[in-house]
Each structure stands twice: as C-alpha cells, then as structure tokens.
Design a protein around this ligand. Structure first.
Ligand code: ATP
Length: 892
C-alpha cells in the first residue's frame, strides 16, 4: 500500500515516527546518514582548475599569448617567458578575485535558504529545509513553500498551489483522508503535499514521506534549473565598452605597426609595441574588479541585515526614488499591547507592559474587576478563543509564538485571569477560518459544554461592523440601526486617532448541525460585541531613517492594512505624512484605474486599509510616473507587487517563502531603517565602481597617449612593452580594488537618486578620464624627453624614468579618485586599504627597477636619487592642477 492510501496510524507506523512528538534528534541524525540530505542535486559546479583556466579565455590575453608565441619563434626567449609570467600572475589575481566573489555569493544563497518548522523530541524547531528526514513532522501555513513530499495529517482550510509540478495554477484543497486510488495523478492527490509547491491558504501539519531526489520534484529537477541573469546593468555597459575598446585597440595596433615600419623601426619591435598598445588600451582587470566590488558590497549589506538575492539590485538600490513600506513590524515594533477596550458605549483601559500578563482594568479613573463587567469579559474570552497564537512562559519572561496582534488579545484576557488551556476545557474548537489580509477577519466555530455552537469572529472593526446585524448593548442584543452604527464608528475613530490598532469581536449562535460552514456563511449576520485597541510603538530608528531618505530625494510611502486614522497618526509621528501629502484609503484606491491613480500618486504618502492586491496598482502607477520603486511585503498576496517593483523587499522574520523568492532584497530584521542602509550602501558601491573605472581608464588613456605622442614626434618608444604589461596587469589592480572598498563620501545621502539610465561616463566622468589621461601621458612624455635629451645614449634609462613617472602619476591619481570633487575634500589616507595597495604597487615597481636579476627582463636601469625629484615633481602636477582649479572655483 502507498502512503496516500493508508490511514494516518498506518502512515505513522510505516514511517516509524510519532505524530505527537516527532522524531528524536538521534533518530533524525541516523536517517540523514542513511538517506542523505534533503537536497536536489545541482548542475555541475565549475571546478577551481576550470575557473583558473577560464582566466585565459579573455580576448586580450589570447592576443598576448599569440605575441608570446611569435616572440618565442623569433628567439626572444626572455620576452616570451616574461610575458607568460605576467599573464600567469594576472591569471592568479583574477582567479582569487572571482573565487572570493563566488564564495560570498554562495554564502548568500545559504543565508536565504528556506527554514522549516519541524517537530523534534516533542518541540517545534526551525531547521534548514535540507535537514528534514523521512518521518519528520512539519507544520506550515499560508505563504510557505513545502520542503519535502508529505502526507497531510492536519488541515485547516489548507490550499496548495501546485503549478510547479502540474502547471495548474488554481490552488487545490487538501484533506487528511486516505484515497482509494492506487495511482492517482499528482493533481488528484488531495492528502499529499509536494516539495516546492506553495501554501496559498490556511495551515496544516504533515509527515515527510520523501526527501531530496526521491520527491516528485526531484524526479523532474533537471527541468527546473532556471538561470536568471545575475549581471548588473553597469556590468553590461562595461562589457559593451570593453568591446569598443578592443576594436579601437586593434585599429591602433595596426596603425602603429604600419607607421612604425614605414618610419624604419624593426618589424618585431613594432609588433610588440602594437600588442602592448592594445594591452594598454584595455583595462583587463576591470570586469573582475567590478564583480569583486559588487560581492564585497553585498557582504557589507549582510552585516547591516540586508540580504541581496539578485545582484543587479545592488545597483538599482542606488536609483530608488520611492520606498513603499508596510507599517506593522517594519515601521513599528510589532509588539502589540492592548490598552483600550470599548463595548456598548463603555471604555475600559488596561495597564501593563509587553506580553507580561499582569495589569489592571479601569473604567475612567476607577479600577474595576473584569469578572463584574459582562461585556468586557465576553470580549476578552472570545478574543482568546478566536486566536492561533500562544504565550509561552520562560522563567520570568513571556514570549510570543505567533502573530503579535493575536498575542496582545491573549495577554489582555490573561490579565483578567483567563487561561486558554482552561477555556479550551469549556469550549472546543470545531473549525477555523484563518485570517487573511484581504478579508481582514478570522473566525472560529466553537462548541460549549452544553453543546451550543457559536461563530466567533474578530477582525478590522469597520469590516466586522459591515457583517453585523445586531450589537450587544447593556447585556442585550439590539438591532444595529444607523445611530448605533455611527456610535461604533465614532468609537473606532477615537481609538484609532490615538494611533491604536483596533480589532473588533463579534459572534453569533449557530445550530449544532451547521458544521463546515463556508467563511462567507460564517461571517455574516453577526452580533457586534466590542473593540480592543492596542498600541504598536514605532521603531525608534525609523523617524531618522525617513528624514535621511527625504534628504536623499527618496520619498517614503506607508502602505498598511490598518485603519486610516491609525495609519495617519503613526505616519505623522514618523514624519511621513506632512501638510502637503495625502492619505488614500483602500476603497478609493480599489475604485481607481492605474491612470487615475497615476494622476495623484505623487501627492499620496499613506495608503490605508489596503489589501495586498492593491500594492501592484501602486507600484505600476509610481513606475509610470518614472519612479524607481522599492516595495516591501511578507505574504503570498504581496508577491506580485514585490516582483513588479524595481526593488522587491521581503521581510526576513515574518516574510513567507513566496515573498522572499519574489524579492531582490530580504531584511533580516524586518526594519525600515535597513532599507535605508541598503540604499546608502547601494549608492556607495556604485560610486566606488565609478571611482575605479575613472582610475583604470585614465591610466589606460595615459599609456596610449604617451606612446602615440612619441610616435607622432618621431621619438623612440618611451615605454618598453613589458613595462606597460607590468603596469596594466599587475600594479594597477590593487589600488583599483582598494577604491572598491572605499567608504562613502559624506554627501552620498544628501543628493537625489541617480537616474537608472545614466551611462558609464555621465556626471563628468568621461571628461575626468580623458583630461587626466592626457595629463598623465604628457608628464610621462616630458620625463622621458628631459632625461633622453640629457643623454641620448642611455635610452633604457630614459625609459625607466618614464616608466616610474607613469606609475607614480597613476598612484597619485588614485587619491584624487576617492572624491568626485577634489583630493582636498577628503583625508587622502582615510582608506587604509588604499594606502597599503599603493605601497604594495610601489614596491612592485621598485623591485623591477632595482633588483638586478629583473632588470634585463624589464629593460630597466636603477634610477639615481636626483631623478626621483623630477619623477615626483612631474607626476604630482596633474593632481596639483586639479586641486588648484577646485580652490579657484571655490573662492569664486
Ligand atoms: P501592514 O500592511 O502595515 O503590515 P497590517 O498588519 O495592519 O498592516 P493586515 O495584517 O492586513 O495589515 O491587517 C489589517 C487589519 O486586519 C488590521 O488593522 C486589524 O484590524 C485586522 N487584523 C490583523 N490581524 C488580525 C488577526 N490575526 N485576526 C483578525 N484581524 C486581524
């Protein structure tokens, strides 16, 4: 017999497990040994060796290797060996950089791997999905993705969407009864849940019947490996730039070789010169450094509790112009405490802090005993019954398991002396209709000891009021007329205007035979009992974060399911709602088309009583207005909006698997301030990339120009090819990397967001590259000419001086690159990595100048002390010029 045909006790026996206490830790360890981890096998990974060899696939490296071959054939062994050595050193640098980037991305993947609630040794634990074994009992609820194949053993209105396996996107209801069909299709297996499918509604418990490659998903796993592009827009642009540079380089090479040969230079020398010019024109290290900068940035974000799931988001973050954020838990602490209760015209207050179940009830100033206040008592009891949360006592501490709104209702009832365990002896729960954010209600059907059945509903007061036909007033049920409706509305507004989150309680008796009502049938014709109002204090850091975003040209929009007045009160407190901005409520929003919303969306900063489905409309309207939108979410229904947003943000703690999968960014602490931190980091990463693009390209331009100038002036070549190679492939890399690690400039959050269409050379970068490249070329040439004129017989010496000037001019330039304005605006030694990188590069140059065995290879001669004055003087000129013009402009 197969699992789906068995009675539950047979399943339990067959799997040698226990549905009430789960497997023991020991047993599960044994089963992992026996059956392996619950993982799908991934495609072949690139081995380290392959990665190393892939470094040599680069076009320019191939050109170099061809050049080496030709040198070798012409008997120039020293050149050939030197070039090969440099190419290998370069290959190692690239290899280690890529390796590092790959490792950090892998670590990221593990961080965002799904967790599962597993019953082990009698208690529920969160474990990584890969540790689940056959026989494990797991629980799940709306928004979870199931981690293994399971036989369902408990179902509360459970519905699962199985399109990953069946292609059918309509969710299937799931039950626990055995099937008497030995070979049903996956779509018909109503008592089985499958790995990779998604709970769209309700909750349930299941026992694992297959893991890893044995699951239905495992059998088709090969088909599912979808490759999503992880290249960022900038990376793509740089790649295009690279192609252009290669073409330019090739043309230049041909030109130089032809002109050189016509001028009477030796063919081999010109060939090498051409190749080295081509090398000079192309910043080989650039792509690898971009990847490393991105992955290091991603690691920094992790330290600030933000996990980037899609690499391109790192860049998009810097362009964000609107953040749409949930209120509860993201802007507020999600630590709810009931402080006010209202019923039948009476208001009670209750004191106490957090989930500590101690506090007194008051009516006005007067302390009252809840046992003498009938309506109050009923409201508290029903709030406790229609509830899925649990308050667990840990020594003196009380911790919540479940939804904070429900936790607050438990605590308010506990303060009046009620206990859920005792209540459940008097009332048994027959059926649950779980809460969802669109309905904004939850209900249970309960049976008391006398066998009477009730529906108890709790939910957003205005919504609950809409499904009530009567109201409890002075102990009697009265018809809900217009005036009593207005009274209730007034009470809701009063509580909400104090920033309280409100929950109404209602009920109705039903006949005992009416089991399995649908939620529409259950939630109508109810009797309104009262409202509980709870505080949910704002997170202290959010106000400052909203302010910083404003200064950075980023608008913060609050989107909440909560009452309009509650939302307004909190938005004001946080500085989101100002005199100029508006609040739009869910009903008005629902009635609008995207175009209508577009017309006003720029003025709206709070959307209240919104259903998750509406978020997509908000994203679309904002995007049509040209905004780059970050949108947060946690539930299943939030996923479409998260996906559509430019930066989808999911909550790490309260977020469902589905929301996380749709997102580009996960907030480990669910905190709004983390989005701001990630945006800041995103802006910084982009700026850092600009910094080293500026540095590397200016160096390349300088190298080409010095060679071209010399040729135009019919001078000997000022640099020997191997020297250019050494600069380009070895000494440039470290400072560029260090720029990638630079801290943000002070004004990074004081200016507006960058346009997403911004090209690589925008905001003056192109001019900076060309002008500085020109100056570097010029001073290098000058150094060469001065020394060469002094002693035309010592060409190699003049070349060594030119080589040293080139490197020094670049190493000084790197400090300029730290700032968009001038080296004077930042402490040049503020970046430790950069200081060390420059020192190392300097040593790498000195060693080829002064270490005798390397001199013949690099065609160098030791430079005399006095010439260092010339070198340093000339190479500092460009930076002095820039600083001078900056000062001039400032004083004007
Ligand atoms: P946000 O979108 O900022 O997270 P929210 O958490 O208030 O806002 P929802 O969870 O959709 O949004 O809640 C909407 C309303 O539904 C709440 O204002 C509250 O009145 C009611 N509500 C919330 N949780 C429950 C629950 N567990 N049971 C019954 N009603 C609830």
């Amino acid at each position: 017999m197969k699992f789906h045909e068995m009675e539950l006790n047979q399943v339990e026996k067959a799997l040698e497990t226990d549905f009430t206490s789960g497997l023991s830790q020991e047993e599960s360890a044994k089963r992992i040994k026996r059956y392996g981890y619950n993982e799908l096998e991934e495609g072949e990974k690139q081995s380290a060796l392959l990665l190393f060899f892939s470094q040599f696939k680069d076009f320019m490296v191939l050109v170099l290797l061809a050049a080496t071959l030709i040198s070798g054939l012409l008997g120039e062994y020293i050149d050939a060996i030197a070039i090969i050595a440099i190419v290998i050193i370069n290959g190692f640098l690239g290899f280690f950089q890529e390796r590092r980037a790959e490792k950090s991305l892998q670590a990221l993947k593990e961080l965002s791997a799904p967790q599962v609630s597993v019953l082990r040794d009698g208690s529920w634990q969160k474990l990584p999905s890969k540790e689940i074994v056959l026989g494990d009992v797991i629980k799940f609820s709306s928004g979870d993705r199931i981690g293994a194949d399971i036989r369902i053993i408990q179902s509360n209105s459970l519905e699962i969407e199985e399109s990953a396996l069946t292609g059918e996107s309509v969710p299937v209801s799931k039950y626990i009864e055995p099937l008497n069909n030995p070979n049903p299709g996956i779509g018909d297996m109503e008592n089985t849940g499958f790995m990779g499918t998604m709970i769209t509604r309700g909750s349930g418990v299941g026992v694992v019947i297959a893991t890893g490659m044995d699951t239905a998903m495992g059998q088709i796993a090969g088909l599912l490996q979808s490759a999503e592009s992880q290249e960022t827009p900038l990376q793509r642009r740089l790649e295009q730039l690279g192609k252009i540079l290669i073409t330019v380089a090739l043309l230049l090479t041909v030109l130089v070789v032809v002109v050189g040969v016509i001028q009477g230079h030796e063919l081999y020398t010109m060939f090498l010169a051409g190749v080295s010019l081509a090398v000079a024109a192309i910043p080989e290290g650039l792509p690898a450094i971009v990847t490393v900068a991105l992955s290091l940035g991603v690691q920094k974000m992790i330290k600030q509790n933000a996990i980037v799931r899609k690499l391109p988001a790192v860049e998009t973050l810097g362009c964000a112009s609107v953040i749409c954020s949930d209120k509860t838990g993201t802007m507020t602490q999600n630590k709810m405490t009931v402080t006010h209760l209202w019923s039948g015209g009476n208001t009670w207050t209750v004191d106490g802090v957090g989930y500590q179940p101690q506090g007194n009830f008051y009516r006005g100033e007067q302390q009252v005993s809840p046992s003498e206040e009938k309506a109050l008592q009923q409201m508290l009891i029903f709030g406790m019954l229609c509830n899925q949360a649990d308050i667990i006592q840990n020594d003196d501490d009380y911790v919540l398991d479940g939804d904070p709104t429900e936790g607050a209702l438990l605590v308010s009832a506990m303060k009046a002396g009620f206990s859920r365990t005792k209540l459940l002896e008097e009332f048994s729960i027959i059926k649950e209709f779980p809460f969802d954010s669109s309905r904004k209600m939850m209900s249970v059907q309960v049976k008391d000891k006398q066998g009477r059945h009730f529906i108890v509903t709790k939910g957003a007061p205005d919504v609950v009021l809409g499904v009530c036909e009567s109201i409890l007033w002075d102990g009697r049920t009265q018809y809900l007329n217009k005036s009593s409706q207005e009274t209730v509305q007034g009470a809701i507004s009063d509580l909400a205007s104090n920033a309280l989150r409100t929950i109404a309680i209602a009920y109705k008796p039903v006949s005992a035979s009416t089991v399995l009502l649908s939620e529409q049938e259950a939630e109508k014709k109810l009797t309104f009992i009262g409202i509980q109002g709870m505080i949910d204090p704002p997170r202290p850091e959010v106000k400052e974060a909203v302010k910083e975003c404003k200064e950075a040209g980023i608008k913060t929009v609050m989107i909440t399911g909560d009452h309009v007045i509650t939302a307004k009160a909190i938005a004001k407190e946080l500085g989101i709602l100002t005199n100029k901005s508006k609040v739009l409520d869910g009903n008005a929003l629902a009635a609008m088309s995207v175009e209508e919303l577009e017309a006003i969306v720029d003025d709206v900063s709070v959307f209240a009583r919104v259903s998750p489905e509406h978020k997509l409309k908000i994203v679309n309207a904002l995007q049509n207005r040209g905004h780059i939108v970050a949108m947060t979410g946690d539930g299943v229904n939030d996923a479409p909006a998260i996906k559509a947003a430019d930066i989808g943000v999911a909550m790490g703690i309260t977020g469902t698997d589905v929301a996380k999968e749709a997102s580009a960014l996960v907030l480990l602490d669910d905190n709004f301030a983390t989005i701001k931190a990630a945006i800041k980091e995103g802006r910084n990463i982009y700026e850092n990339i600009r910094k080293f693009v500026r540095y590397l390209l200016a160096s390349n331009v300088g190298e080409i120009l010095v060679m071209l100038f010399a040729m135009i002036l019919a001078l000997p070549l000022p640099l020997v090819p191997i020297q250019i190679l050494w600069v380009n492939l070895v000494t440039d890399g470290l400072p560029a990397m260090a720029l990638g690690l630079d801290r943000p400039e002070e004004n990074v959050m004081k200016r507006g967001p960058r346009s997403p269409n911004e090209g690589v050379f925008s905001r003056g970068l192109g001019w900076k590259v060309v002008s500085r490249g020109f100056l570097i070329g010029l001073v290098t040439l000058l150094a060469f000419i001065i020394v060469y004129h002094n002693d035309p017989n010592r060409l190699a010496y003049a070349q060594t001086v030119a080589f040293a000037t080139l490197v020094m001019a670049q190493l000084i330039h790197v400090f300029d690159c730290r700032s968009e304005k001038s080296v004077l605006t930042r402490n040049p030694f503020g970046n430790q990595y950069l200081v060390w990188a420059v020192v190392s590069s300097l040593l790498l140059v000195l060693v080829v100048i002064y270490y005798p065995p390397l001199q013949p290879i690099f065609h160098t001669l030791p430079i005399a002390a006095k010439d260092w004055l010339l070198i340093l003087g000339l190479s500092a000129i460009p930076t002095f010029l820039l600083a001078g013009t900056f000062l001039l402009r400032k004083t004007k």
